[in-house]
Ligand binder design. Structure first.
Ligand code: NAD
Length: 496
């Protein structure tokens, strides 16, 4: 059985003082192991990034961008292998892994525009004979800490732009499915990144805490659950680092009485159950306005769900695969138990689903729960499984209040044919990413991605224009060239 190590200064190294099992969730069988980096190993990676920084900082942005073009081509050439690695450890179906990879590649395409994106600002004659300009300089060593659910895409939200801006990077992927993250980083080196510009350390809290405390790390990008995001933001900020920490979600869709219900049901099915609901943009709550809309939604959704196919990652006929671990399977089923105990109605029950030939896999079937109320545990917490809750309300105002009162504010959507209602909703709702008849309003790579409230700690969102600002600091220079000696006496007040 192989043990996955680290990538430091362009070399694969092992540090197997501590290891953790890697599972294939489709079969429930241990498929390998991953090293959990010690503090000393992480410090070695930081030192490699620090040493690579001066030369990389001075490399022209156009040359950095050319490496990104080659990196994109290598990812496309190796897409099948990358998707197999994602599926094997994460469990998502091959077509879903392809979509994830494509979204990641789009972030590289954006980073290829570094020469344009890093252009500064210039003002002539800000005073007599005085010019002023701002340029955007890299920070130094930057760290990225990423979640299990997008092992290819989320790291690609971070390091292509950070590196294209002239920073060097240490990535700490999820210890639950790190193989594809490491494989992709090796392709970035193959594309031409000098050794030390991109390093990968596998590990757990010990590795993360080392990155958060080391004074050489200038900034931290984090994506994961809200309690950890809050911890990362607090500790990194207390140590004087720039930090953006994206957290969990509970995304609601308002289903208005005038919505096209067939369209609602087909798009909600993909948005709720795709990737086993393990997406931070998964639509996990449908808020039906009026009992008539709720009854129609439940009836059509129940019928649609009879054709849902759950099974192993390599069978492209499946709609979604297993959840990530046995513990997570039990946690998701525990939320369904609690919903039943607290008075909700389990309309379609995914507990105990069996996939023939894969009885030990970590499967949960698609689950539909009606008559959920806002005080229930299943409503208050992020389930992160293939479970769709239905809450019934009397008005759009009541639906919006529910969303605004929830601790998370990542994504939301309204299904309606009423443009005025949609406009009111998108303008007022306290959520960062809003869809109008679009259930997963994930911004494209040239916008930025970020929730509100406890879905994002920090000021700047992930990728897109915000990433250029996050991974650079502005320097403003003011210059004057007196032609001969001092022309003015000392000035004791601002010129007026
Ligand atoms: P997680 O918070 O358990 O882990 C994320 C990272 O933090 C991993 O690299 C892990 O090693 C590290 N970590 C975990 N516990 C830690 C601790 N105590 N101290 C220091 N580091 C620690 O998240 P996950 O289960 O891997 O991912 C799922 C979560 O991520 C969900 O809540 C999901 O909503 C969220 N997510 C959010 C976004 C977003 O953009 N907002 C995107 C993807 C996933």
């Amino acid at each position: 059985m192989t043990t996955l190590g680290h990538l430091i200064n362009g070399v694969r190294i092992d540090d197997d003082a501590r290891t953790q099992d890697l599972y294939n969730p489709s079969t429930g069988v241990v498929a390998g192991q991953v090293s959990l980096a010690s503090k000393a190993t992480v410090e070695e990676a930081i030192a490699a990034a620090q040493a690579a920084f001066p030369a990389w900082r001075d490399t022209p942005p156009a040359k950095r961008a050319r490496i990104m073009y080659r990196f994109k081509a290598l990812l496309e050439q190796n897409a099948d292998e990358i998707c197999r690695l994602i599926g094997q450890e994460h469990g998502k179906i091959v077509h879903d892994a392809k979509g994830e990879l494509q979204r990641g590649i789009e972030n590289i395409e954006y980073a290829c525009g570094a020469p344009e994106l890093l252009k500064g600002e210039y003002s002539k004659n800000t005073g007599p004979g005085i010019d002023s300009w701002s340029d955007f300089q890299p920070l130094g060593v930057v760290a990225g800490i990423t979640p299990f659910n997008f092992p290819a895409m989320v790291p690609l939200w971070m390091y292509p732009m950070a590196i294209a801006c002239g920073n060097t990077f240490v990535l700490k992927p999820s210890e639950r499915d790190p193989t594809s993250s490491l494989y992709i980083a090796e392709l970035a080196l193959e594309a031409g990144l000098p050794a030390g510009v991109l390093n990968v350390v596998n590990g757990d809290k010990e590795a993360v805490d080392t990155l958060l405390d080391d004074a050489r790390v200038q900034a931290v990008s984090f994506v994961g659950s809200t309690p950890i995001a809050e911890y990362i933001y607090g500790r990194a900020s207390a140590n004087g680092k720039r930090c953006q920490a994206l957290g969990g979600a509970k995304n609601h869709a308002i289903v208005m009485p005038d919505a096209d219900m067939d369209n609602v049901v087909s798009s909600l099915t993909g948005a709720a159950f795709g990737s086993s609901g393990e997406r931070c943009m998964a639509l996990s709550v449908a808020v039906a306005v009026g009992d008539e809309a709720a009854d129609a939604l439940i009836a059509k959704m129940q019928a649609q769900m009879t054709s849902l196919k759950v099974g192993p990652f390599h069978d492209a006929d499946n709609d979604f695969g297993p959840v990530i671990t046995k513990a997570h399977q039990e946690k998701v089923c525990g939320y369904i138990d609690s919903a039943a105990q607290q008075g909700a109605e389990i309309v379609v029950d995914g507990r105990g689903v069996q996939v023939p030939g894969h009885e030990q896999g970590f499967y949960v079937g698609g689950t539909l729960i009606d008559r959920v109320t806002p005080d229930m545990t299943c409503y208050l917490e992020e389930i992160f499984g293939p479970v769709l809750l239905v809450v019934r309300v009397d008005s759009m105002e009541a639906a919006m209040k529910l969303i605004d009162d929830h601790e998370y504010g990542n994504g939301t959507c309204i299904y309606t044919r009423d443009g005025e209602a949609a406009r009111y909703f998108s303008d007022r709702i306290q959520v960062g990413m809003v869809g109008i008849n679009v259930p997963l309003p994930v911004p494209v790579s040239y916008h930025s991605f970020g929730g509100w409230k406890r879905s994002l700690f920090g000021d700047l969102s992930a990728y897109g224009p915000d990433a250029v600002r996050f991974y650079t600091r502005r320097k403003t220079v003011t210059q004057r060239w007196p032609s001969a000696g001092v022309r003015e006496g000392a000035q004791f007040s601002f010129p007026s």
